[in-house]
Design a binder for this molecule. Sequence first.
Ligand SMILES: [Zn+2]
Length: 423
Amino acid sequence: MFNATRACELLVGLPAVNILEVDEPLVGRLVVTVESRVEAPDCPGCGQRAWVKDRPVVDLVDLTCFGRPVTLRWRKHRWCCPRRWCRVGSWTHEDPRIAAPRLSVTDRAGRWATVQVGRAGRAVSDVAGELGADWHAINDAVIAYGTALLDADEARVAPVEALGVDEVLFARQGRWRTQAWSTSIVDVASGQLLDVIEGRSAAGLCAWLAAMPTEWRDAICWAVLDLSGPWRLAFDTMLPTAVQVADPFHLTKLANERLDEVRRRVQNETLGHRGRKHDPLYRSRRLLTKADERLDDRGRTKLLGLLDAGDPRGEVRTAWHAKETVRGIYDIDDPDLAAEFVERLGHDLQDQDCPPEVRQLGRTIVRWADQISAWHRARVSNGPTEAINNLIKRVKRVAFGFRRFAHYRIRALLYAGKPALRI
Ligand SMILES: [Zn+2]
């Protein structure tokens, strides 16, 4: 025989509730009114059976049903103690299977929204629109469930052999559009994002590392960094036994930047203006930064011709050679040979005949020689960190920039941190 109550219960799918009413207006939301199936509890103060004080009603955004937005109207029970002298006031019955206290979405809608925003990378406004909910209701739920999820994800503190850090611009704040930075901390062996912290200071990274278990810190063999002082200081302080590795990508990038500076200076000195379309040095800019092995004969002939025309003292050519030699560091297989090569290169580039920009590159290489040649033993790079930062930038674009770091961190970790989303 058809049991209407049971059918209703199946459709609503919530444990231990009575369905009081299903209201279906011609337009707008389906409203399902429920109450918890509960017996009066004992007073926590005196043990006396509590009385119902009143029945407050809360409206919760639920999952859509048959393509329509749904409100779950929960008639709650507020209890009170019947004994006048008992100090216990009143308290409201809660059931986290229906909804977490203080959130205005149901538990299942909150989890669903967290997966949509967190893993699928959808915008909060998009998910809110689908559920017919307020933006804040969904954002609060994503942050609350996301935080709980990340706290419970113990894999994030699993042993790490190679740790990498890198910075990301996460917002521009205030009237002067001040840059706000964050630091991504990544297990570069597995490509797992471990955390995102505010700022890009040594102190911030030190504090994060200090909060990790000692055994976890001790297990780190390699610490990968770009050529930046704060990371070096933090690793020196907190990971004294880990070998620091300078990221190859950043060193090559630095060599290219110096080359670009030389090109622009020589351009200005010889022609008295910034690069224009027909200036030989301006025309050479892409060929110069291209990897030498990717230049064909035609490209190389063209480049040399442009340098002959625009580089009378050979300074750009020197910087170009310097850049290619720096790249050559990573063609060497033997770690000892590489260390010798790096040491010698750093000093050679500081030769008086070199342009000042190249001498500066030489000084940087000498200062970071240990970290640069450590790569040949470690063979780890910040590649995974960069990849994760690109994911984070996607989250940032979807959210049109974040104002609050805490929200940004949760969203970045949900999306790029690949937590086990067991929801
Ligand atoms: Zn009582």
